[in-house]
Design a protein around this ligand. Structure first.
Ligand code: ADP
Ligand code: MG
Length: 240
């Protein structure tokens, strides 16, 4: 579903992604962990083509990036992204937030967009909040609305960049539960998170990044219980 080969990226002098190779299979859940500043967000943003790369190639569902014009719009529709900050439109109801892209981009009919949006709000457990504006929701509910909004575009792949980092602790689980059920339904997912319990339970593979490089890739049991690199061991000793 996603393939990165030799991806390099600089911000000026700073070499943020160093020869990244990564394949994500359909229905696979890859959890990316690593210290702050190691390039995790940049990696997500390059997959979604929010950031250009300097070298290498990225394919999403076989399609080579860089894409432009209509191709780029299609690519963006195929790749859902959920950020730490919920990025909902504050002046629109939750339902309208979820209906917006299907109406504008997919040219869905209003009736179809509405019934699909309600089904998605049901799925993330906030159908009763459909007519509220985001400010009337808790952080956990807002993040679930943001997930529903992404899913409304029928993405082939979902990128999550620290989706629970801005939440009060008691709201983390409700968001992780939605993500866990998405994974169980077969969604292909790349998840940047510091939630090691989620990584252990839900990831097919854990990718550990440090200083712009992929240092270690392993199934979670192996990664957590038989960590190979000193860099990852030291990281884990600080977060576990
Ligand atoms: P992470 O998500 O792992 O914390 P990031 O991908 O956000 O790391 O950042 C990697 C490095 O790139 C950091 O040193 C960060 O300061 C730098 N960086 C990120 N975005 C930009 C940008 N737009 N311009 C310049 N430097 C950036
Ligand atoms: Mg980040």
């Amino acid at each position: 579903m996603v393939s990165l080969r030799g991806v390099d990226k600089h911000f000026g002098e700073l070499h943020v992604l160093r020869s990244i190779d990564l394949e994500v299979a359909p229905r696979e859940v890859v959890v990316v962990i690593g210290p702050s500043g190691s390039g995790k967000s940049t990696l997500c943003r390059t997959i979604n083509r929010l950031e250009p790369i300097d070298a290498g190639e990225i394919r999403v569902d076989g399609q080579l990036l860089p894409a432009e014009g209509a191709q780029l719009a299609q690519l963006r529709a195929d790749v859902g992204m959920v950020f730490q900050s919920f990025n909902l439109f504050g002046h629109l109801s939750v339902l309208d937030n979820v209906m917006l892209a299907p109406l504008k981009v997919r040219k869905a009919s209003k009736a179809t967009a509405r019934s699909e949006a309600m089904a998605l709000l049901e799925r993330v457990g906030i159908a009763d909040k459909a007519d509220r504006v985001p400010a009337q929701l808790s952080g956990g509910q807002q993040q679930r609305a943001a997930i529903a909004r992404s899913l409304a575009m029928h993405p082939k792949l979902m990128l999550f960049d620290e989706p629970t980092s801005a939440l009060d602790p008691e709201m983390v689980n409700e968001v992780l539960e939605v993500m866990t059920s998405l994974a169980a339904d077969g969604m292909t997912m790349v998840v940047v998170t510091h939630e090691m319990g989620f990584a252990r339970r839900v990831a097919d593979r854990v990718v550990f990044m440090a200083a712009g490089q992929i240092v270690e890739v392993a199934p979670p049991a192996e990664f957590f219980d038989a960590t190979r690199s000193e860099r990852a061991r030291s990281f884990l000793s600080n977060v576990l």
